[in-house]
Design a protein around this ligand. Structure first.
Ligand SMILES: NC(=O)C1=CN([C@@H]2O[C@H](COP(=O)(O)OP(=O)(O)OC[C@H]3O[C@@H](n4cnc5c(N)ncnc54)[C@H](OP(=O)(O)O)[C@@H]3O)[C@@H](O)[C@H]2O)C=CC1
Ligand SMILES: CC(C)CCC[C@@H](C)[C@H]1CC[C@H]2C3=C(CC[C@]12C)[C@@]1(C)CCC(=O)C[C@@H]1CC3
Length: 345
């Protein structure tokens, strides 16, 4: 094997660095004095002093260029969860992650920080203050979750103190904040189409929504504290705002903040879930002829109608994690960042 110069511990690469979380991570890393390479299938922005490498993470040769002399890799690339393309999830989240691990070995990378998801343990039923020792979902609710589970296992199993390759998985939940392409835009689009009138269930279910800067903070802490003698090696960590909130109160605050009415009428959870499942099956059967993506997918209905909040005690204990931005402030900042989605804009 060719001799490699030892990479600086502040030299990193962000895979998926054009995405919502990835870009916030890149900006914070640059602020903290890291040298950052961005790798993504598309280039969404330019940042002075930040080289951009466009490529597919399934392409090992393309990855190797971006990983040259890098010591830390943050892997936060994934197809969007709303996508229903099983083959794409398999290719990117599973095969692609194998390729990332292999490329890290070849490039002499020392640490791999994976953005996993708290939903790897979610099966569509209540989770209250769930800890990381909950078993992976036996019946994952969609292809996204199924492949995030396999991806997390691959990364954590690759952790090897002997080889000097350390890995950790961060499991955020319900990330939101400026430039998020999912939560706020989908919510407002649904409201504009007159479909945000109903609360699914009794509205008392508690959920974690996590401000993007807190998720970034969790990733950087993990990278800085991941050492051969630390408890972080090969472990998964929930990173949340540590302030579970009623799902429908959170949605109402965003809606009202942007000038829309909050939903008021209740519909039984099982009825809505049954309809969502039926529509999903119809969409599956019709797929060869037409692609339909119903707004209320079974996954979204389950997320909207059950408790699912997670303990981040392990992250507090092992890496001194504390959310930096409280929920109330995070909602204000988020609402202010979407003037174009305000009612009447
Ligand atoms: N948003 C959330 O609430 C949560 C997200 N996560 C995880 O956080 C991570 C980041 O999510 P988020 O920022 O919301 O997602 P984004 O879709 O905004 O970012 C993911 C980025 O990865 C890119 N990408 C997709 N496929 C490939 C590929 N084959 N090669 C290179 N780049 C690729 C995407 O490009 P393109 O857009 O063109 O597909 C996109 O730029 C993901 O791993 C996700 O699973 C976990 C918990 C919650
Ligand atoms: C139409 C409304 C009932 C819901 C609108 C908001 C939803 C789009 C979001 C509410 C919870 C979010 C969420 C995710 C995506 C966006 C929501 C469904 C994830 C599935 C993103 C990826 C993950 O790893 C888990 C997230 C859970 C919460």
């Amino acid at each position: 094997m060719a001799t490699r110069t030892r990479p600086s511990s502040k030299r990193c690469a962000v895979l998926g660095g054009s995405g919502f979380l990835g870009r916030h991570l890149v900006e914070r890393l640059v602020d903290r004095g890291y040298t950052v390479n961005v790798f993504d299938i598309r280039q969404a922005y330019e940042l002075p002093g930040v080289p951009f490498h466009q490529g597919d993470l399934c392409d090992r040769q393309a990855l190797l260029v971006a990983l040259k002399e890098v010591s830390i890799v943050f892997h936060c690339a994934s197809p969007a969860p709303a996508n229903d393309d099983r083959a794409l999830f398999q290719r990117v989240n599973i095969d692609g992650t194998r390729t990332v691990i292999q490329a890290c070995h070849e490039a002499g990378v020392q640490k791999l920080i994976l953005t996993s998801s708290a939903s790897v343990v979610f099966e569509g039923t209540d989770i209250k203050n769930g800890r990381e020792d909950l078993p992976y979902a036996k019946k994952p609710i969609d292809y996204y979750t199924e492949t995030k589970i396999q991806q997390e296992k691959l990364v954590l199993e690759a952790c090897s103190k002997e080889k000097g390759f350390l890995t950790v998985a961060i499991r955020p939940h319900g990330i939101f904040g400026p430039r998020d392409p999912q939560l706020v835009p989908i919510l407002i689009d649904t409201a504009r189409r007159g479909k945000m009138k109903f609360i699914i269930g009794d509205g008392s279910n508690l959920v974690d929504f996590t401000y993007v800067e807190n998720v970034v903070h969790g990733h950087i802490l993990a990278a800085e504290q991941l050492k051969a003698d630390s408890p972080l090696c090969g472990q998964a960590y929930h990173i949340t705002n540590d302030e579970p909130v009623r799902f429908w109160d959170f949605m109402s605050q965003i809606l009202e903040g942007l000038g829309y009415s909050a939903p008021r009428y209740h519909l039984p959870y099982t009825l809505v879930y049954g309809i969502a499942l039926l529509l999903w099956l119809i969409a599956l059967v019709l797929r060869p002829l037409i692609r339909i993506n119903p707004t209320f997918s079974p996954m979204r209905v389950a997320l909207a109608g059950t408790h699912h909040y997670y303990s981040c005690a392990r992250a507090k204990k092992d890496m001194g994690y504390q959310p930096l931005v409280p929920l109330r402030e995070a909602i204000v900042r988020t609402v202010e960042s979407y003037p174009h989605l305000r009612k009447g804009a």
